[in-house]
Design a protein around this ligand. Structure first.
Ligand code: GLY
Length: 408
């Protein structure tokens, strides 16, 4: 059957509109395809501006403090996001200038493959070298990623069944919900290096997190501190949230993304069920604002005056887009609708910077560590990275859908 022609589709949309079945606000919104195209074009121009204003200064753009861009060394946990964003721009545009910029920024992280003092190797190296391998396919990239997986695996304690997150802090063996994100590197390395041990570690870590990090409502604790000798969970606390029992927004987003990714990697339905539970907690939360950009903590004491966290929204949006491809139609519709609203909000002047402003970052209004009053209501590189990822995921999704009336 040939695809329906444009005019009848428009006519039926207008009929629905007249019948009141399409909200007027939706009718006034541009089609998602246009939102995505416009934001990808903006992102390329804005990062070209950022690169030219950096003028080769050393370091990786992370955020803004006291009116100045903050540049961090390769050892910073966020160092992989800027190279990763440059790879996404190469993917979006196909322009070799982005490939060159991305490869140069990525190469500066190579020594991190031997870093055994952090669990953040997935963030640092899978976002950079992982995208490099996917999009440019150099054998050296593969070697760096395999070495990084080995370094990460040294932090696994079989008695606890988890990878240790931090070497700092008052805890002997802290595990934070964010750590789910580093498992993608291990799953890849298990396949690419034919090392089933890495996958076993990733699965054990996800299972331990499933057992100990979640509350009955699907929200998660930020930190679970274990006894490294007995493996018992000792404390359930926060580090960046409003309170031990609160739902720190970015932590919820890391958990949602992490369990959705682990379902992709293993096809274990327990992970899918957990991802849905987290998603339902988030999309149905009475304190998720109408524009779907969360406050920095769902239990922040001063809501609605509390700062938002655009980074949590971007991570959540990207994860919901993937999750919506893996669930039954009713849930898929609910998740995709929230992701679409998040993308529209992030792409709007309320969150997306004006060209040539915001020190070249794409998004405004992220919150890094509110309790320490560190990076509050500022641009942050990981917000940009997951915004670009969500734009690319949305673009791919729209390409799979039949052209609709523009309100996909
Ligand atoms: N992984 C640290 C953070 O989300 O702030």
């Amino acid at each position: 059957m040939s695809p329906p022609k444009k005019i009848p589709r428009l006519a039926s949309f207008l009929a629905l509109l007249l019948a009141g079945s399409v909200p007027l606000a939706a009718a006034a919104e541009p089609p998602m395809r246009e939102v995505v195209r416009d934001s990808l074009e903006f992102s390329a121009a804005q990062y070209a501006f950022m690169l030219s204003s950096l003028e080769g200064r050393p370091g990786y753009p992370r955020s803004v403090a006291k009116g100045e861009i903050t540049l961090v060394p390769a050892s910073d946990w966020t160092s992989g996001f800027f190279p990763g964003s440059l790879w996404y721009l190469f993917e979006a545009t196909g322009d070799p200038k982005w490939r060159m910029a991305a490869a140069t920024a990525t190469a500066g992280l190579k020594a991190m493959k031997e870093n055994r003092h952090t669990h953040d190797l997935g963030f640092m190296l899978y976002c950079s070298y992982g995208n490099a391998l996917r999009l440019a396919g150099d054998a050296d990239d593969r070697e760096v990623l395999l070495a990084a997986a080995e370094s990460l695996s040294t932090r696994f304690n079989a008695t606890v069944g988890s990878i240790k997150s931090w070497d700092h802090g008052q805890w002997a063996f802290p595990v934070i919900i964010d750590n789910m994100m580093n498992l993608e590197l291990l799953c890849w390395a298990a396949r690419a290096g034919n090392q089933p041990r890495y996958r076993e570690i990733a699965v054990a870590h996800a299972d331990t997190t499933l057992r100990n990090h979640f509350r009955a409502d699907g929200s998660s604790y930020h930190v679970v501190a274990y006894d490294p000798v007995t493996g018992k969970p000792l404390l359930h606390v926060t580090h960046q949230g409003a309170a031990d029992e609160s739902a720190w927004a970015r932590g919820q987003a890391w958990g949602l993304y992490g369990f959705t990714m682990m379902y992709r990697e293993t096809r274990d339905r327990r992970y899918l069920e957990q991802a849905k539970k987290i998603a339902d907690f988030l999309v149905n939360h009475p304190r998720l604002p109408a524009d779907k950009i969360p406050y920095w903590d769902f239990d922040a004491p001063d809501i609605p005056a509390a700062p938002r966290d655009a980074s949590a929204a971007a991570i959540m949006c990207s994860a919901l887009l993937e999750l919506s491809d893996n669930v039954e139609p009713a849930a898929a519709g609910r998740y995709a609708a929230v992701a679409e609203q998040q993308l529209r909000s992030l792409a709007s002047p309320a969150y997306r910077a004006k060209p040539g402003e915001n020190h070249g970052f794409l998004l405004m209004h992220s919150t890094g560590n509110f309790p320490k009053r560190d990076e509050v209501d500022v641009p942050i590189n990981y917000a940009d990275y997951y915004f670009l990822e969500a734009l690319l995921r949305s673009k791919a999704r729209l390409a799979r859908l039949p052209a609709a009336n523009g309100h996909e």
